[in-house]
Design a protein around this ligand. Structure first.
Ligand code: CO8
Length: 258
């Protein structure tokens, strides 16, 4: 595999870090960055030595949207036949918990990419928006769907139909952001959260993420059935026996991730 050119990839302990790195375009999401992010995330997801993934950008921009210059000349047939952003659903489908560490702009596809992650931790400087209507288009990789589920119809419609940007604080109040932290502390705070998640038992993390996903995809009855089966399945893992023994023996668990 050739080395990525638009992202930086690093492993720190059990955490895989992916840093968007197109500073000249405020990390605008072109086809290459999509391929490289999806390849890096998929490789981390296939590695049981990784228990959490962090996706981040720069201080100025998580990502300022899909790459407008790359999109401008496309026709509807190009979108339908070539499906140039067709790999993003693979990123949303990975099993490992993903934390978006957002500083600066998370706009359009950047906001949509953050919403494909499980936690969104924002610097107090972050700005979120779906400004596609300013360009004569609309969100195309989940902005009308995940945003409604995240913050409800009326808040989502306010962002999607006006194109206005909202602050990290407003995004947290609306339920789009998990936590807001001082900008200077963002990466340290996210590292601490990611290390904490990655130290848990991997089978329980995979199952918990799948059950959370089911809450967005299915009816309550279906989701509850899924959760009950997923819960029962954990009782065949070493880590369930170890976790409960450790509680009883008043010590830290020694998870094997099996
Ligand atoms: N695409 C391409 N280049 C970009 C983008 C972008 N989204 N955003 C910024 N850039 C470039 C600028 O063109 C500029 O390059 P240059 O110096 O060569 O002119 C450089 O990054 C720096 O940007 P600015 O000079 O504009 O920086 P400012 O600090 O003045 O402004 C803003 C920052 C407010 C973020 C401004 O850059 C901006 O408004 N950017 C566009 C935001 C936007 O509209 N995003 C939505 C894009 S559409 C989208 O995401 C649709 C996704 C769905 C795809 C569906 C597929 C199926």
């Amino acid at each position: 595999m050739t080395a990525p050119e638009t992202i930086q990839v690093e492993t720190r302990g059990r955490v895989g870090w992916i840093t968007l790195d197109r500073p000249e375009a405020l990390n605008a999401l072109n086809a290459q960055i999509m391929r490289e992010v999806v390849a890096a995330a998929t490789a981390f997801d296939a590695d049981p030595a990784i228990g959490a993934i962090v996706l981040t950008g720069s201080a100025k921009a998580f990502a300022a949207g899909a790459d407008i210059k790359e999109m401008e000349a496309k026709t509807s047939v190009d979108w339908l036949v070539d499906d140039p952003f067709g790999e993003w659903p693979r990123f949303a489908a990975i099993r490992t918990p993903v934390i978006a560490a957002v500083s600066g702009y998370a706009l359009g596809g950047g906001c949509e990419l953050a919403m494909m992650c499980d936690l969104i931790v924002a610097a107090d400087s972050a700005r979120f928006g779906q400004p596609e209507v300013n360009l004569g288009v609309l969100p195309g990789i989940g902005g009308t769907q995940r945003l409604v589920r995240a913050i409800g119809y009326y808040k989502a419609a306010d962002m999607v139909l006006t194109g206005r940007l909202i602050s990290a604080e407003d995004a947290e109040r609306a339920g789009l952001v998990s936590r807001v932290v001082p900008a200077d502390d963002l990466l340290d705070e996210v590292a601490t959260i990611a290390e904490g998640i990655a130290a848990k038992s991997l089978p329980s993390l995979y199952a918990a993420k799948a059950a959370l996903d089911a809450a967005l995809e299915t009816s309550l009855a279906e989701g509850l059935r899924f959760e009950r089966h997923a819960f029962a399945a954990q009782f065949d893992t070493h880590d369930q026996k170890e976790g409960m023994a450790a509680f009883r023996e008043k010590r830290d668990p020694d998870f094997t991730h099996r």
